[in-house]
Design a binder for this molecule. Sequence first.
Ligand SMILES: Cc1cc2nc3c(=O)[nH]c(=O)nc-3n(C[C@H](O)[C@H](O)[C@H](O)COP(=O)(O)OP(=O)(O)OC[C@H]3O[C@@H](n4cnc5c(N)ncnc54)[C@H](O)[C@@H]3O)c2cc1C
Length: 462
Amino acid sequence: MDVLKKVPVREQDPKVRATNFEEVCLGYNEEEAMEEATRCIQCKNPKCVVGCPVSINIPGFIQKVVEGNHEEAAKIIAESSALPAVCGRVCPQESQCEGVCIRGIKGEPVSIGKLERFVADWSRENGFVPAAPETTNGKKVAVIGSGPAGLTCAGDLAKMGYEVTIFEALHEPGGVLTYGIPEFRLPKETVVKTEIDNVRKLGVKIETNVIIGKSVTIDELFEEEGFQAVFIGSGAGLPMFMGIPGENANGVFSANEYLTRSNLMKAFRSDYDTPIAAGNKVAVVGGGNVAMDAARTALRLGATVYVVYRRSEAELPARVEEVHHAKEEGIIFNLLSNPVEILTDEKGWVNGMKCVKMELGEPDASGRRRPVEIEGSEFVLDVDTVIMSLGTSPNPLISNTTKGLDINKRKCIIADDSNGQTSREGVFAGGDAVSGAATVILAMEAGRAGAKGIDEYLSNKN
Ligand SMILES: Cc1cc2nc3c(=O)[nH]c(=O)nc-3n(C[C@H](O)[C@H](O)[C@H](O)COP(=O)(O)OP(=O)(O)OC[C@H]3O[C@@H](n4cnc5c(N)ncnc54)[C@H](O)[C@@H]3O)c2cc1C
């Protein structure tokens, strides 16, 4: 064994996986996990724990894997995280725990994410369920949204003895974990549903098909439903568009809609009654993780797929691993290209996308080099479907229907990072609804802070 290198993880062959929705990464088996776990040198002051936004006792759980005591490893992780099988799959470990691992100075860091995934999968397969609280304190808290922020806040509060109800607008809980991140990166039936069920087993109730701001308002939750505090974890699900001609044509989707149709409404399965206009030649506009997910989904639905991004490969905001996987599967990258018009046929369907070539100029406010149009460089990309993946912002429905709830100019709810307190007494918030589109683990960190804030607030109240 070369201690400087991670034990390699098995993946589906790119040619095979480009035609199915099965998980790309197959994870470690027990033998591989135990071998990888021995690479952890059990630092006295482990930087990985500081690098983890929810401060998992990483050396502690890894040591239990070395000993073959996976149940104890699962208990250690459960102290800090309700979603380990999710985080083991989708966290950007390279910039967090693994990014500061001492092993990474001379060789490759310990594969912390894959070990977390192994422990979580082992728990599911062996029926390990985190312990539920024995008594409740009779205080009612409402959580809005069942994404990672809401689930974490609700789970932490239930463990402290609160009676928690999550209100979710969609018909399935999980937020982006369910409707955004594709099946081939995050399986729904096994991984996501099991971890949501574990939160339910802590005593949390989840009511789906309830849109706060339409079905019931936050004011009514306090005044008529007897809730004593509210946590808003409603995410940032409102897509942005470019504002170019033709963007309203048939065959133009936001990445959110395209992924929701595939993930939540199972458009990729022939036994479901909710098809998608999948497209034969698809352009995905944007270069982030969401763009990679949309592109790889369109590819699996049978299309030739182009990612159209106005800067160069070095500036692609997507994780390197995602870009690598997309290329392996056959996605074509049209870099330094910017759409200026979507062309349509006589029936109003997409019939090509007019683009211009770009070059990089001086750095802008974000520090990245500004793309500048090259005169006379127009070209038409032959596509029948366009997926816009330009970012999202919070939906203003809740802030528009709640008295005294302040938002900033990006429509994000203003809340204290340390405890989630908003401008409205008794109302706390966290996750993408506060930060704008970010990551699962940061949403979980905010959910955890919100639970602590609510506990302090309600403890001091009586
Ligand atoms: C396609 C895609 C891929 C991603 N990939 C990754 C990744 O690989 N790694 C990573 O770390 N992050 C990834 N992210 C980002 C990550 O998923 C989000 O940052 C995270 O889910 C935010 O969690 P949240 O709980 O704040 O919000 P969300 O997950 O958005 O959940 C909010 C929930 O609130 C509900 N809601 C909204 N309004 C209301 C209302 N008025 N009433 C009731 N319910 C409401 C929504 O339906 C939703 O279920 C990805 C995002 C997308 C879109």
